[in-house]
Write a protein that binds this ligand. Structure first.
Ligand SMILES: Cc1cc2nc3c(=O)[nH]c(=O)nc-3n(C[C@H](O)[C@H](O)[C@H](O)COP(=O)(O)OP(=O)(O)OC[C@H]3O[C@@H](n4cnc5c(N)ncnc54)[C@H](O)[C@@H]3O)c2cc1C
Length: 398
């Protein structure tokens, strides 16, 4: 998006909106203080990158819909570019912005820059994307190529005479009601540099990623990269991660941990493309039919007081750090949906608020998948959690 904006214009005005809907404690789409902290660090670094090129990033604390038309008029902007998300709440914001711009006859150009594969490069039209992940992956891997990365721009011409604005503090964003970040809760720092460093550390020859996993049962989780927060915000692009892993593979040989990481990137694309294919109906097709449980059970699950030792440990870890390894997410979600029998959407909304790596398509897509599946784990007495735990061989929280 940036490369095209630079190529097609005399000058550009980069802008980031801190949308108040994400910081309102009563909002369905609120962000935890840990995620907001990661976001602030990431935006600060993006700003520094623009500053190094003699420009800046315009910071606005407000709704994009309320400000975009004024900005266009004030700075004589001819076209607006943005990265489009795929889930309903986000596409609604895009549509609102598009409406405002339409009224002043300015085009909003959509980019989908968060995926490994461009949608045009997939071996099928969006409407024919296989709904089964393994088919999607097999065909895509066989028939499509992952494009190479763009070089970072070395020079940018910025719109002159702009009041660039201050980065808000956590207290500004939460209107003085900012929860305290506990000591030790922040393990991963936001921003491109930290993401690049994390990836480089991961792929160093002495990193544990080179320990080979011999059988699925010896370590069901595979390798945990913890790359998701940077991928989620766009500090690292999936394409760059892909090519960096491929280079490491070339150098040090293949191992199951590389394969697992690449598998994750395919899953990420799959959920995004599922939303692209089905739109809002992707989620609407999965309704909780059995939600007769009292709210107190849901609250106990959130607090990590269900009585299941593993679920409780993972739920506390989530609240304390904003992060869970994949198997912890699967376990906690499965327990809520199939044992407590609570509406999966309530669980997905809670994860949305808590996860530092929250990504609409990955979160809601995985929750939907769990709500739809696992029927094979049912015995005649209902969902068999012990059998399920045994099959997954889920490790205890360290
Ligand atoms: C209920 C539930 C909710 C989830 N919510 C999110 C979310 O909001 N954001 C998010 O990024 N992931 C989500 N995931 C997917 C997955 O659990 C995380 O991506 C993963 O745990 C992140 O840790 P990692 O970076 O160490 O992953 P790794 O195993 O090292 O994988 C590498 C990368 O691949 C991607 N990836 C891996 N598994 C998946 C998957 N199942 N679906 C989509 N992408 C995947 C991630 O970007 C990840 O960083 C969710 C999974 C479940 C079961």
């Amino acid at each position: 998006m940036l490369v095209e904006a630079i190529a097609k214009s005399e000058s550009i005005l980069p802008v980031y909106f801190f949308d108040p809907r994400h910081f309102d404690q009563l909002s369905f789409h609120q962000s935890s203080v840990l995620r907001t902290n990661f976001l602030l660090e990431s935006v600060a670094q993006l700003r520094q990158s623009f500053q190094k090129l003699g420009g800046d990033l315009l910071i606005i604390h407000g709704l994009p819909e309320d400000h975009i038309a004024d900005l266009v008029e004030q700075y004589s902007i001819s076209e607006v570019y943005h990265h489009r998300e795929v889930a309903p709440a986000e596409t609604r914001v895009s549509a609102n912005v598009e409406d405002r711009l339409w009224k002043i006859e300015v085009n909003l150009k959509h980019f989908i820059g968060h995926t490994l594969y461009n949608k045009e490069d997939l071996p099928f039209p969006i409407k024919d994307i296989p709904d089964v992940f393994t088919q999607f992956r097999k065909k895509t891997e066989r028939d499509a190529i992952v494009k190479s990365c763009f070089d970072a721009p070395e020079a940018i011409s910025f719109v002159p005479d702009v009041e660039w604005g201050q980065l808000p503090s956590l207290a500004d964003l939460y209107a003085g009601q900012c929860p305290v970040i506990e000591d030790g809760a922040v393990r991963l720092r936001g921003g491109e540099q930290e993401g690049l460093q994390h990836l480089a550390d991961l792929l160093r020859p002495d990193s544990s990623i080179y320990i080979k996993v011999s059988t699925r049962n010896s370590d069901p989780s595979g390798y945990i990269s913890e790359l998701s927060p940077w991928l989620s915000l766009g500090c690292l692009s999936p394409r760059m991660v892909y090519w960096t892993i491929k280079a490491a593979e070339e150098r040090y040989g293949n191992n199951p941990n590389f394969t697992n990481l690449l598998l994750g990137l395919f899953k990420r694309d799959y959920f995004r493309f599922m939303f692209k294919k089905h739109g809002a109906s992707y989620l609407e097709n999965t309704v909780s039919k059995e939600d007769t449980t009292p709210d107190s059970s849901f609250e106990q699950w959130k607090r990590g007081e269900t009585g299941n030792v593993q679920v409780d440990a993972y739920m506390k870890l989530l609240a304390d750090t904003g992060y869970l390894p994949s198997y912890g997410r699967v376990l906690a979600a499965t327990f809520l949906v199939h044992v407590i029998k609570t509406d999966w959407m309530k669980g997905a909304a809670y994860f949305e608020a808590q996860l530092v790596d929250y990504t609409a398509s990955s979160n809601w897509g995985n929750w939907k998948f769990i709500a739809d599946s696992v029927s094979g784990m049912k015995s005649k007495n209902g969902f068999d959690v012990d059998k399920y735990l045994k099959i997954l061989n889920i490790p205890a929280v360290a």
